[in-house]
Unconditional design. Structure first.
Lengths: 313, 535
């Protein structure tokens, strides 16, 4: 099988092997019998058919044997699956927010990250929060997948990673234009390493070394929040208008159905992030973006502005 | 019977009714002409949707932008799905071969309600036109053929016409179902008791019940979705207090039985072809009849296996998993009976036989991988990945498609009074079959690796499987072109034949003229033997 790194892998992969083993056995043997019949009984070799009577015994045999086998499949499928439905009481709880088209992960102490950081050999319970449409939280290496349903109570999944390293997280439920770009990573760390990261006080506030280039910080925020899924950096139009070559220009927008001219400045950027439907750039549709209020701080917006400015250079 | 040329023996193709030219076809209530109208309509739309499929595979041949952007790609898999499901495989064999051969095989002159039958085709065409308007007015829908809520309410793309068109197509399906049920009950020839009826009519009968009982559910669902989009009713959209999982339940309560609408008639056609090309009775006639009815019945109760990760309650999930394994058994029984039919037969290796045996092979792969999807633990991993895409193409395209081609090559001389070029037909089959396997087998691997479906772009680790799969698509389309060109050409210029029974069949359609006359029979036949009574 493919790479596996959670406690579910053993049960799931056993069910795979059990089912695929039986499937290959039947596929190969029935095909071989068919090929043999075609060879042995073709018209040239066997010009006259011999009529054969139906046999009830045979019919019962090939009903009962497959029935027993599939009940075995049902059983192992059940056994491999039931632990996924029983999250333990104790564990690290993390909330995954999904929106078109990015994941973000919120920890109990308020820390937010775009990658999922978890400790090894520890139960991790993920509360699933879909903010707009259906998404699905899928980690192939852990063998888990659960739909993220807007408005659904108790929408959650859990896992216990067994190997450190990083693994892909995919959105598996089709969610529109950039569905195939809605992915993230789960980083499994040694336990002490994780807790160090978790409690790192510096990480709670945006770390700004004095010599840091604000534009580069802005670039990091833009990619970690998934903005570039809809806003290009090269001038092309995606779902939303491009970021390139716009800052400082006067642009035409629709506000309350009225066309108006507005300066693309810091104030405008802030309003577009906190209240995206207030001004709609000409040629684009409202209702495509949710507000990032509470997710992107005003301080961070300053860095984003610095980055946008740098795109004009 | 002598080859008279009296007016009574004019074939249905030549027959001059009230209307001339094309009107003589589109206003004809003759079940054979209606069947051919469906065939031609499907040919056009199948070609269109197959080209969309090919373009999608070309996009996936390498990561990133290859030949189209994501919006186009998303619209293409949506339209590909809508056309293939609602316009091709759901009407599928019943609309073409059911219309053409059901009355003949049970010794009737037409279906019970010929006008209703023509109306079904008209409704079908209107449904198609409504679906097509979505392509020209506003943007193509981009929701996938499943129209899952709440995305289908939020996308600015043009979903309404597609939904409404699918709703109209449902009526065509229901009317055909009603027509076939009544025809089978009331119009069987004297002596043809239920258990003397050939297997293709049997499967059409089982299918017709599913069409009548399940299709209204999708009708209601699609209508609710239309109301939700237009009036903001709030049944499915959580933003309005609705439940998106309810949508999935309603959708699959129809769409799972619909899979049996697609596959059962195909199984029936295979059960006709194998005895003829083995010159042997079908093995386990009653077992095949009963398993068809069992599939039609149990098939209603397994829809939940499309929703194992949806957030539904755990108890419901293992009940659905259990029932899914139960419904696998009747299909297995059929495979065993088909293979046994070949035992000690005298196998006539012709094109329909190749299609039928390759059908068994691909259907087995489709069915056996279905077990992976029926089991809870494994389903969670491969649900909504390329594994599922491969699985349902093996069932719906492998199962229904291969049996459709088998049936077409089997009944072709009877339908057109001409024979196709057998060498080209066999070449087309070989190319198509190899292309089919190269296209879809790698997708199982991609799915187990974890590549989600409906993916415009992918990570580098999925590249290998996609290259092979895309090359397979090119090969398969080449095969399809050989087959279609050969058949279309042969229907006009193929060698003429009036041989009533070119394959040595024992069912009633091989006792009528080739091609049949307007009313099929001078005298309604009297049935005394069981079907497939080879001596």
């Amino acid at each position: 099988m493919i790479l596996g790194a959670s406690t579910f892998v053993e049960g799931v992969d056993f069910a795979f092997m059990f089912i695929l083993g039986i499937a290959f056995f039947f596929l190969i043997s029935i095909t071989a019998v068919m090929i043999f019949f075609i060879y042995r009984y073709n018209k040239k070799r066997n010009p006259k058919a011999t009529q054969v009577k139906d046999s009830t015994t045979l019919e019962i045999t090939w009903t009962v044997i497959p029935l027993i086998l599939v009940m075995g499949m049902f059983y192992y499928g059940y056994v491999g699956w039931i632990p996924m439905k029983k999250p333990p009481e104790e564990g690290v709880t993390i909330t995954s927010h999904a929106r078109m088209w990015s994941f973000s992960f919120e920890y109990e102490n308020g820390r937010v990250s775009d990658k999922l950081y978890v400790p090894v050999d520890t139960a991790v319970i993920i509360n699933l929060n879909a903010m707009d449409v259906l998404h699905a939280f899928y980690i192939p290496a852990f063998r888990i997948k659960e739909d993220m349903v807007p408005g659904l109570a108790n929408n959650r999944t859990w896992f216990e990673a067994t190997k450190t390293g990083s693994y892909s997280v995919f959105c598996a439920e089709y969610c529109g234009l950039q569905h195939s770009y809605m992915l993230s990573e789960v980083v499994v760390m040694e336990q002490d390493e994780f807790w160090e990261w978790y409690h790192d006080p510096d990480a709670m506030t945006l770390e700004v070394p004095d010599d840091a280039d604000p534009a580069i910080l802005g670039r990091q925020i833009i990619s970690s929040k998934g903005c570039t899924a809809c806003h290009s950096l090269d001038g092309s139009s995606l779902v939303g208008p491009t970021f390139a070559g716009r800052y400082g220009e006067t642009i035409t927008v629709i506000t309350d159905g009225q066309e108006r001219e507005v300066l693309y400045d810091e104030e405008y950027v802030k309003r577009s992030i906190y209240d995206p439907d207030y001004d709609i750039t000409e040629g684009f549709r409202p209702g495509q973006m949710l507000s990032y209020e509470g997710e992107i701080s005003e301080e961070e917006i300053e860095f984003i502005v610095a980055f946008l400015e740098s795109l004009n250079e | 019977m002598s080859e008279t040329t009296s007016s009574k023996h004019v074939s249905f193709l030549q027959y001059k009714g009230k209307y001339k030219g094309i009107l003589g076809w589109i206003l004809s209530t003759d079940h054979k002409r209606v069947g051919l109208l469906y065939l031609y309509t499907m040919l056009v739309f199948f070609s269109l949707a197959a080209i969309l499929g090919l373009l999608m595979k070309l996009q996936l041949i390498a990561p990133g932008y290859t030949i189209m952007g994501p919006q186009t790609y998303n619209a293409m898999f949506t339209v590909h799905g809508i056309i293939m499901i609602f316009i091709i495989v759901v009407p599928g064999l019943p609309a073409v071969f059911g219309n053409f051969f059901l009355p003949i095989m049970i010794g009737a002159k037409d279906v019970a309600f010929p006008r209703l039958n023509l109306a079904s085709w008209w409704i079908y065409v209107i449904g198609i036109l409504v679906v097509l308007t979505s392509q020209f007015v506003g943007g193509w829908p981009d929701t996938g053929w499943t129209f899952y809520a709440p995305y289908s309410f939020q996308t600015p793309a043009n979903v309404l016409p597609a939904l409404f068109g699918a709703f109209i197509l449902g009526f065509s399906s229901i009317l055909t179902g009603i027509n076939f049920v009544v025809t089978v009950h009331r119009m069987r020839a004297p002596g043809m008791s239920w258990f003397k009826m050939p297997l293709f009519p049997w499967t059409l009968y089982a299918t017709a019940w599913v069409q009548i009982l399940a299709t209204p559910v999708i009708g209601i669902t699609l209508l609710l979705t239309v109301m939700e989009r237009v009036l903001g009713v709030g049944v499915f959209d959580p933003a309005l207090g609705g439940d998106p999982i309810l949508y999935q339940h309603l959708f699959w309560i129809y769409s799972h039985p619909a899979v049996y609408i697609m596959i059962l008639p195909g199984m029936g056609a295979i059960s006709e072809i194998l005895p003829v090309f083995s010159q042997k009775r079908i093995y386990g006639y009653k077992a095949i009849v009963l398993s068809s009815l069992a599939i039609a019945f149990v098939g209603y109760f397994v829809w939940g296996h499309h929703m194992f990760t949806s957030g539904m309650s755990g108890r419901a999930l293992y009940a659905f998993s259990f029932l899914t394994f139960i419904v696998a058994i009747p299909s297995a029984i059929k495979v065993f009976n088909w293979v046994s039919t070949m035992y000690k037969g005298s196998l006539n290796l012709q094109t329909p036989f190749y299609w039928a045996t390759s059908f068994i092979f691909v259907f087995m792969i489709g069915g056996l991988t279905g077990l992976v999807l029926g089991s809870l633990a494994t389903n969670v991993h491969v649900h909504d990945t390329h594994f599922v895409v491969a699985h349902f193409h093996f069932i719906v395209f492998g199962g229904t498609g291969f049996s459709f081609m088998a049936a077409l090559h089997y009944w072709f001389p009877k339908m057109f009074g001409r024979m196709y070029d057998a060498n080209w037909a066999n070449t087309g089959w070989a190319v198509f079959f190899s292309g089919f396997l190269t296209l879809y087998l790698p997708m199982f691997y991609l799915g187990i690796q974890g590549m989600p479906r409906r993916y415009y772009d992918y990570l580098p680790e999925f590249h290998g499987g996609n290259i092979i799969s895309s090359l397979g698509a090119i090969l398969m389309i080449a095969g399809a072109m050989i087959i279609i060109v050969n058949l279309v050409r042969s229907s006009r210029h193929g060698q003429k034949t009036s041989d009533k029974n070119p394959w040595g069949g024992r069912t009633l359609e091989w006792e009528t003229d080739t091609p049949p006359t307007l009313e099929n029979w001078d005298e309604i036949p009297n049935v005394t033997e069981e079907p497939y009574e080879y001596k």
